[in-house]
Design a protein around this ligand. Structure first.
Ligand code: URP
Ligand code: ZN
Ligand code: ZN
Ligand code: ZN
Length: 469
């Protein structure tokens, strides 16, 4: 049946206007004033904004890490994402040394099959650059539609790749049309600092932050940017946490290097002092890179506002406090890194960003949806409200007030890192390809309705909007 969304204020990355939207099956087919179609279901969005569905370019669902596995899987994680106004995620497919890329991708398809409630794609980790891996890579990009490759510069003896692998991946990315992504921290230096701290008997969660200084992030960010310039490739830096690293990205952009930066809600709202909470509660706030001194937040907000950082990922990587985070009770380096944020990413940016006057409404849409769609080959099917686009739509009440809490969230974990924080604005209803997944704040979706998306090569979607560069 056709649907018409009436009376809402449509917001895209560039425009804000009142109009009706006609949806036929999965697609937006008309936008205009007073659309009246006999027999169509009418959805009244009066008093609400109508946004393109959020795109979360950074999630880890059902991921083995730090001797355990993330609590949220593709079902609970994508359901929580939908509650929060996100209709597409791109999850990181991990690989192991010696394993074929195909086998890794098959594993991730197994994890997500019949589980996701919204659409999803994969980034592919590159951990080694053997001839075998490099020969297999074109198939992943061209046939599997996995057009972004991830290299970890940290997590020594686990995920960390060397500079040779990073450089070869950048060259392959350029040749194949794939966007190379980095976790930018100097893993060797961090490994030394962690061992030193433990030897000195410093085992509390705060030492997680103290052994991963901003310089380690800035150095790796600058190194990756330099190698990107040398290879004339393209780079996306995930989870930028501090001013020093953001400056490296801005500097490289000013030199004409094709580099993009993502930050996360935790770095915009929380700070290093949370790691000092008593009774091991600091473990709830262990991310890599770590939370930083508070003054960094203003720098990151300004970088989003000025376009020096472009996207917001959740870096959803959830572990229970009881039974998972406490693996590191005697040793901070054993605390599984990461937190649950997939659900509150959009609300936090709206409340802290738009409502507090730090970014505009259109910038909010760009940062939570449109830019990621363009960078990761999803635009214009996703990331905007336009004729021909998928009907991935969020009806958003900008005035509802809510207190974030683990008692009311929909993620599978036993705590929320934003517990007690008040936000204004919340998704009321969410459509994924024309179907309600959330209706009047109730879940109406179905596991398995989310589809795997083969994405276009890097640059294809960007060229559809030359104004963005
Ligand atoms: O602490 C984090 N960020 N956990 C997830 C893995 C990663 O590095 O993105
Ligand atoms: Zn990372
Ligand atoms: Zn991550
Ligand atoms: Zn509920």
């Amino acid at each position: 049946m056709n649907k018409v969304i009436k009376n809402g204020v449509i917001v895209t990355a560039t425009d804000t206007f009142q109009a009706d939207i006609l949806i036929e099956n999965e697609t937006i087919v008309q936008i205009g004033e007073d659309i009246n179609i006999p027999g169509a279901e009418v959805i009244d969005a009066k008093g609400n904004y109508v946004f393109p569905g959020g795109i979360d370019p950074h999630t880890h669902l059902d991921m083995p890490f730090g001797g355990t596995v993330t609590k949220d899987d593709f079902e609970t994680g994508t359901r929580a994402a939908a509650f929060g106004g996100t209709t597409t995620i791109i999850d990181f497919c991990l690989t192991k040394k010696g394993e074929t890329l195909k086998s890794a991708v098959d594993t991730w398809h197994e994890k997500s099959k019949n589980k996701a409630v919204i659409d999803y794609g994969f980034h592919l980790q590159i951990v080694e650059s053997s001839d075998k891996i490099l020969e297999e890579l074109p198939k992943m990009v061209e046939e599997e539609g996995i057009t972004s490759l991830k290299v970890f510069m940290a997590y020594k003896n686990q995920f960390q790749a060397d500079d040779e692998t990073l450089y070869k991946t950048l060259i392959a990315g350029k040749e194949l049309g794939a966007l190379v992504m980095v976790h930018a921290e100097n893993g060797d230096v961090i490994d030394y600092l962690v061992k030193k701290a433990l030897k000195e008997g410093n085992t509390d969660p705060i030492y997680h932050a103290l052994t991963r200084p901003p310089e380690a992030e800035a150095e790796a960010t600058g190194r990756a940017a330099t190698l990107t310039g040398l290879s004339e490739s393209q780079l996306y830096v995930v989870h930028v946490s501090c001013a020093d690293a953001a400056k490296k990205i801005a500097e490289a952009r000013n030199q004409g290097i094709d580099i993009w930066g993502e930050t996360c809600p935790q770095y915009l709202v929380l700070d290093q002092s949370y790691l000092e909470k008593e009774n091991f509660e600091g473990a709830k706030y262990v991310w890599s890179p770590p939370l930083r001194e508070k003054w960094n937040q203003e720098f990151l907000w300004n970088a989003l506002k000025s376009g020096q950082l472009q996207t917001l990922g959740s870096d959803q990587c959830s572990f229970d406090f009881a039974g998972q985070k406490d693996l590191g009770k005697e040793d901070f380096s054993k605390i599984p890194n990461g937190g649950p944020i997939i659900e509150d990413r959009v609300s936090i940016l709206f409340s802290e960003g738009v409502k507090k006057g730090r970014i505009s409404l259109n910038q909010f849409v760009d940062i939570t949806s449109t830019k990621a769609a363009k960078l990761f080959g999803l635009y214009p099917k996703k990331g905007t409200i336009a004729v021909g686009a998928d009907a991935d739509i969020v009806i958003f009440d900008p005035n509802i007030e809510r207190t974030i809490s683990a008692e009311t969230h929909h993620m599978a974990v036993d705590y929320n890192a934003f517990e007690g924080i008040k936000v204004t604005g919340e998704p009321v209803s969410v459509l994924s390809r024309g179907n309600f997944v959330i209706r009047d704040k109730e879940y109406t979706g179905k596991a398995g309705d989310g589809q795997f998306i083969k994405r276009a090569k890097y640059g294809t979607s960007l060229q559809k909007d030359k104004t963005m560069i």
